[in-house]
Design a protein around this ligand. Structure first.
Ligand code: NOJ
Length: 764
């Protein structure tokens, strides 16, 4: 009953949002009270400049600002056929931004054209700087496995420094879509399945890209994408529909966007999917009510590539004329590559279908960012060949990429401490299709500004560190085909070696945009090769490279040591060698659950309990479980081993009765001891469960974590504080409230490795 009432309220809200005029009015009235006087003065002065410029603009010039074209580097989507010459259109003031134009030479040519337009409004240069620009860092999902916000921020800082020296002033990142389906190819581009970790990472990435703020020459505008719920595409098929309760939307999918916004993200990108029957691009609830209304976002929204025109294919509008009307009214400010705005908005205004204030609002948002970036003062401030020469590929930044890469590796298994490798081994056989892979280590969405030989393969990395040990190589097989021709050579190599290291995985273009897969097993004949090599009786270490969680059950059950190495970027081989030789003790933790089979998807740790939860892997007594599969995942969220071991001890609360009363917090601490032989870093994870709640709450929710580095034998006390606000969740009216009652506190090394727990009460 409560729930129904909630949805009636939401329905009313939705209706209200359709009255876009009122919303715009409310938006303009809403003044943020939190900004300081200085910021306010700055904003006022920019607003005045924007208004003055706006007053001089013709309608066509305004519409030009809302238009973005693809350049000529590479098309990252289906290109709309050009009618005229893009440079001429820029000179006519018909283009506000371009994407896929890189390098100072190139961007200069385009900016020169903009400077020949009547009002000389500078262009924005957007680019998918997703995991590095000149230096390729690990894919975002890999970086998420580091749980290391400082490093993630640093990696984006470097990407921004490089991109901004090369003419780019806007990145289409971070992708903050929660993803619980590893079949979805774009799982590689995000931070995994968890809203809390995802929010922290969203914040770190925005801070990294935007540095000291728009206006610094080494900052690029960030773009939180894809708004919203793109990661929940049905069946993990890219571009597919999303059917989701508003409760799940708010609890799980929106928090990283809100975090990006709170970190000051300059722009948002909407998404290809429809959400409950309304394409995100034409979705007033998302863009007007939530983003520009309830969240008071002052930046602008760019459509995804062609997504305005794609509303025709969706069957939501009948032609581009209607598409432009719906998208603009719904709050999409800039049209990426569909040409719906440039071709239709002028007529829509003349036909009184689109009110001019709506266009003015969109133009204002875009101009404001151009002013904030200082582009009116100097349209060429990011186009400096000298800076481009000195800022790219700096050795100290390459070192950061190496460090980021080793922090991203997850140790999944290490029986009998097979790893780290001894320096005294006589011979190591390196076997597998990815041993000598260089360019491949960069994965999808790398910009290929570098040279292939600069990428360090596992073979290159091992050669540098092997010392007296002889390395021998056999490819063994290819990634996808079923040929066993190379098996014999591989077996020969294995037999000569003391230890075998196998580098297996997916091809880099198996994940990424439009790269969904129904079968996420280790492809081709690779697991067969692992079996045959294992049968030689030699100790085998398997390194897996991929942009998603793969399924590899035989390997997981039978191979003594496994490292998950994702796509680690330029420095991948050095980073893996660092870990294999123990020059770096692995500390990565999975940011996403690994399933046992595709049939188990979606599988994620923060699920609801159900009325009949299975109590164990084999509990089938009328329980929510599969009869043909263990109930647990292959590897759980938060899981990842170290070469050392950690003990959790002595949980102590600051109060005798652990409770949160009124606005008090609850503090507690525990001891972590390094009980092994190596110095190592543990990620101490704090989960919480709201035991009785309406609506329901998940069995576990990550609320905090600490990464702590301990020497062998070292013991350190770690403190946590839980606030009342952190325990809040959305009620059936979609207000965030903390419900009184019993909460369970769980502290552990992974979501399925809880070492200590305790209940506490929230009382009013
Ligand atoms: C489509 C992708 O969905 C989006 O993430 C990307 O930024 C644009 N293409 C531009 O390449």
């Amino acid at each position: 009953m409560k729930l129904r009432r909630g949805f009636i309220v939401i329905d009313k809200i939705l209706k209200m949002t359709r009255i876009y005029r009122k919303v715009i009015f409310a938006l303009l009235l809403a003044a943020s009270s939190s900004i300081t006087n200085k910021a306010l003065a700055q904003r006022d002065s920019i607003d005045r400049k924007v208004d003055a410029l706006l007053a001089r603009m013709t309608l066509d010039e305004k519409i030009g600002q809302l238009n973005q074209y693809n350049g000529d580097w590479e098309a990252t989507g289906p290109v709309t056929k050009s009618v005229g010459n893009k440079i001429d259109e820029i000179k006519q003031g018909r283009v506000g931004a371009v994407l896929n134009i890189m390098g100072t030479d190139h961007t200069r040519t385009f900016q020169d054209a903009a400077m020949q337009s009547r009002l000389k409004i500078p262009l924005l240069f957007g680019q998918d700087v997703i995991h590095g620009y000149r230096i390729t860092f690990p894919i975002p999902l890999a970086e998420a496995a580091s749980w290391n916000m400082d490093m993630i921020e640093k990696s984006e800082r470097i990407a921004a420094t490089e991109a901004s020296a090369s003419g780019i002033n806007w990145t289409f990142a971070p992708m903050v879509d929660i993803a619980r389906d590893p079949r979805w190819g774009r799982v590689m581009e995000g931070a995994g399945e968890d809203p809390y970790l995802g929010s922290l990472i969203a914040t770190a990435r925005v801070k990294g890209f935007q540095g000291n703020g728009l206006g610094s020459t080494d900052a690029v505008m960030a773009c939180a994408k894809h708004f919203a719920a793109y990661g929940a595409a049905i069946g993990g098929r890219d571009y597919n529909s999303v059917d989701m309760s508003l409760h799940t939307l708010w609890e799980t999918y929106l928090p990283p966007f809100k975090a990006a916004l709170d970190a000051g993200v300059a722009t948002f990108m909407n998404s290809f999917n429809d959400l409950n029957g309304t394409p995100a691009t034409g979705n007033s609830y998302l863009q007007r009510y939530i983003l520009k209304g309830r969240w008071d976002f002052k930046g602008f929204v760019v459509s995804d590539w062609g997504s305005i025109g794609e509303m025709i294919q969706h069957g939501y509008v009948k032609d581009n004329y209607e598409a432009a009307e719906v998208a603009l009214k719904a709050g999409s400010d800039m049209d990426m590559e569909s040409r719906s705005y440039i071709n239709n908005l002028s007529k829509l205004v003349a036909d009184k279908k689109v009110p001019l204030p709506l266009i003015n609002d969109a133009v204002r948002r875009i101009l404001r960012k151009k002013f904030e970036m200082g582009l009116f003062k100097d349209p060429y401030r990011f186009i400096n060949p000298q800076r481009e020469k000195t800022m790219l590929n700096r050795p100290e930044n390459v070192e950061v990429a190496r460090d980021m890469a080793r922090k991203s590796i997850v140790l999944l298994k290490n029986e009998k401490q097979l790893l780290p490798l001894s320096k005294d081994l006589k011979t190591i056989a390196l076997i597998g299709p990815l041993v000598k892979a260089r360019k491949e280590l960069k994965g999808f969405w790398a910009l290929d500004v570098d040279k292939n030989e600069e990428n360090v393969s596992l073979w290159d990395g091992m050669l540098k560190q092997a010392g007296e040990t002889k390395l021998i190589y056999a490819q063994g097989c290819n990634i996808t085909d079923m040929s066993k021709i190379g098996f014999e050579e591989a077996l020969r190599a294995a037999k000569q070696a003391d230890v075998v290291v196998m580098a297996m995985g997916e091809a880099p273009d198996m994940t990424g945009e439009a790269k969904s897969r129904s079968d996420i097993h280790l492809p081709g004949i690779q697991e067969e090769l692992i079996k045959e090599i294992k049968a030689t009786g030699k100790p085998v270490i398997v390194i897996l490279m991929a942009g998603r969680p793969m399924v590899f059950n035989w390997t997981a059950d039978n191979v003594p040591a496994i490292l998950y190495a994702w796509w680690l970027g330029n420095q991948g081989g050095n980073a893996i060698a660092d870990v294999l030789y123990g020059n770096y003790n692995p500390s990565g933790k999975l940011p996403i659950t690994f399933p046992r089979s595709e049939g188990q998807i979606p599988i994620y740790y923060n699920h609801l309990n159900t009325g009949r939860p299975a109590q164990s892997d084999n509990d089938l007594n009328y329980k929510s479980a599969y009869t043909d599969l263990l109930n647990s995942p292959r590897y759980a969220f938060g899981y990842g081993l170290s070469y050392t071991t950690f003990e959790y001890r002595d949980l102590a609360f600051d109060k005798i009765i652990p409770q949160i009363k009124d606005n008090e917090d609850l503090s507690f601490s525990l001891e972590i001891a390094n009980t092994g032989k190596y110095a190592g870093e543990e990620t101490v994870q704090l989960y919480i469960r709201d035991v009785v709640s309406q609506p329901l709450r998940p069995v576990k929710e990550l609320k905090d974590f600490r990464k702590i580095m301990l020497q062998p034998g070292e013991v350190r006390r770690v403190s946590f504080t839980v606030t009342r606000d952190e325990l809040a969740s959305y009620n059936d009216k979609l207000d965030r409230v903390t419900q009184p009652g019993t909460f369970q506190l769980m502290i552990g090394s992974a979501s399925n490795d809880i070492r200590m727990q305790k209940s506490f009460e929230v009382v009013n």
